[in-house]
Design a protein around this ligand. Structure first.
Ligand SMILES: Nc1ncnc2c1ncn2[C@@H]1O[C@H](COP(=O)(O)OP(=O)(O)OP(=O)(O)O)[C@@H](O)[C@H]1O
Ligand SMILES: [Mg+2]
Length: 508
């Protein structure tokens, strides 16, 4: 073996016998893990398997209870992330660390301000260096004076990487970086990851999208219940094998069976102002799962938010009742419309409240009698739903901020389920969710539909549109460019209508 550091094949980092427990709950157990120079190492496992915790130990955010971390042949014990970063370990998270109200240049140089002679911040110098840093991630043309809030998520992600690269890391951890990205945006990020790998850096990549993991990784490690199950060359794996080791059983059928024939009864109809002008009229039949597809940013989100009383507010009718205008989320909730937003961490969970309070928060009225919250009833209902969704937690009184990313999402889902909605609008309900739980969520969605809840699902995942939905409205340029169902529901048709080319009979 070549002794030169940073030649491909030499470990950049090694973790040996790592243990970590929180309040007596073991979360990472006797884990050995290494990443070589010049490899992309995929890390997979169910929600709560311990992936992020292991990486936080690597990055000095947590200290291990046992075991050691070896960086370039030397044992290290980082007390915080700053120390790890100086030593060459950087982490890029899905929830980015950029401050939206500051400019790109300011964000890149946050915490490492260059000062000129008079102690003043040297702006021209900062802007110049920011530009150089951005070039490395293919953003050479970006105006560094722009506010981060004005940029799409994909660009923010790349800025985050540019910022990390300033520390000249030997290893970069990407913890679910693609959850909010479209296919082509993710492809761009993978290009960058490969480039960094070819420069001899060690790249660790966490994702629940197994196709991505298989496509981009050189080696793969699978974790389950805090332990490392298996590590091997990516070529030795396929999707089924990954799933088998992740969840400990085969998963042949991810999607539940669709009903062969739906009853004709319309349970929800809606007329919304289309973001691109005109109207979008549609209805949902009993038992039906209606999908909303299309490329990112074609007006899907504002359209669906209007059903929940945001934007211009839609006109709706439930079970053939009279038409009402939904002017606010309050109106929406009163008639039984719920919306599960996409950005779950930021918008819709209460991080410092308990799991129980989070789940019960949308159902307080129903769970109360004469103004008193019926504690026993709340506890019973919350527990039941948490079990159904297999939320991995120490107890119901644990604060939500300590849950793994996927389990926070399940908590939000549980909250809206508990509120027994009549109409559920789900924005990307399974992003960041592991395959085993995805299957449960699909089953749950089917059961809700069969039980008379009108289900509307937005997803960028083609397989999900085809496998889960009975009918799909595809959007392009702020309007519906096609409606597909039954045998028309193919990848090719979805692609074509996504580009704005109408196929078959177009919807209104
Ligand atoms: N600071 C903490 N205090 C208490 N428990 C914690 C803390 N951080 C993580 N945990 C627990 O450790 C377990 C593993 O969490 P981790 O975030 O590592 O999972 P993950 O594999 O990254 O999952 P996901 O795919 O959902 O992101 C979870 O059950 C979580 O609740
Ligand atoms: Mg995680």
């Amino acid at each position: 073996m070549g002794a030169k550091p940073e030649t491909a094949g030499t470990p950049v980092l090694k973790m040996q016998g790592i243990d970590k427990a929180f309040a007596g709950n073991p979360v990472v157990r006797r884990v050995d893990f290494s990443c070589l120079a010049g490899e992309i190492h995929g890390l997979v496992g169910e929600n709560g398997a311990g992936k992020s915790t292991l990486m936080k130990i690597l990055a000095g955010i947590y200290q291990p209870d046992a075991g050691n971390v070896i960086l370039n042949g030397r044992e290290v014990a980082f007390r915080n992330y700053g120390e790890a970063r100086e030593a060459g370990i950087c982490v890029v998270y899905q929830e980015l660390s950029l401050l939206p109200q500051m400019s790109v240049a300011e964000n890149i140089f946050m915490g490492r301000w260059r000062r000129g002679r008079a102690g003043l911040v040297n702006w021209p110098e900062i802007r110049k260096e920011a530009r150089l840093a951005l070039e490395k991630v293919g953003l050479g043309d970006l105006d560094v004076n722009r506010l981060v809030s004005s940029l799409p998520m994909a660009v923010r992600q790349l800025i985050e990487v540019a910022k990390a690269l300033l520390y000249e890391p030997r290893a970069v951890v990407f913890d679910e970086p693609t959850t909010t990205l479209t296919g082509s945006e993710a492809a761009r990020l993978f290009g960058l990851m490969r480039e960094l790998r070819n420069q001899g850096k060690g790249i660790i990549f966490i994702s629940h999208r197994l196709k991505e993991i298989l496509g981009v990784s050189d080696r793969i490690t699978i974790m389950k219940d805090g332990e490392r199950v298996l590590t091997g060359p990516a070529a030795d794996f396929d999707e089924n094998k990954l799933i088998y080791h992740m969840i400990g059983r085969d998963l042949t059928q991810i999607f539940p069976k669709k009903p062969v024939q739906l009853p004709d009864r319309i349970i929800f109809s809606c007329s919304a102002v289309a973001p691109g002008g005109g109207k979008i009229e549609f209805s949902v039949r009993e038992g039906e799962v209606l999908g909303i597809g299309g490329l990112n940013g074609q007006g899907q989100v504002p359209f669906l938010e209007s059903i929940f009383g945001l934007e211009t507010g839609a006109e709706v009718s439930l079970h053939g009742g009279s038409r009402i205008r939904v002017k606010s989320p309050r109106d929406a909730m009163r008639v039984g419309i719920s919306l599960i937003p996409e950005d779950r961490n930021a918008q819709s969970s209460f991080p410092i409240l308990s799991i129980r309070n989070n789940i019960a928060s949308a159902s307080l009225a129903r769970l109360s009698a004469a103004g008193f919250l019926k504690t026993w009833r709340e506890k019973r209902d919350v527990r039941k739903i948490a079990e159904e969704l297999q939320i991995r937690m120490a107890s119901l009184s644990q604060e939500v901020r300590y849950l793994s990313g996927g389990n926070v999402q399940k908590t939000v889902f549980a909250r809206w389920l508990l509120a027994s909605p009549k109409v559920m609008v789900l924005l990307s309900p399974t992003s960041g969710i592991d395959v085993g739980t995805k299957q449960q969520i699909y089953r749950l969605i089917r059961e809700l539909a069969a039980g008379g809840v009108a289900i509307i699902v937005l997803t960028g995942d083609m397989v999900e549109l085809i496998g889960l939905c009975d009918r799909v409205l595809v959007m392009y340029g702020g309007r519906v460019s096609g409606e597909l169902s039954g045998s028309e529901l193919t990848e090719e048709n979805i692609m074509r209508t996504s580009m704005g080319r109408t196929g078959g009979e177009g919807a209104a």
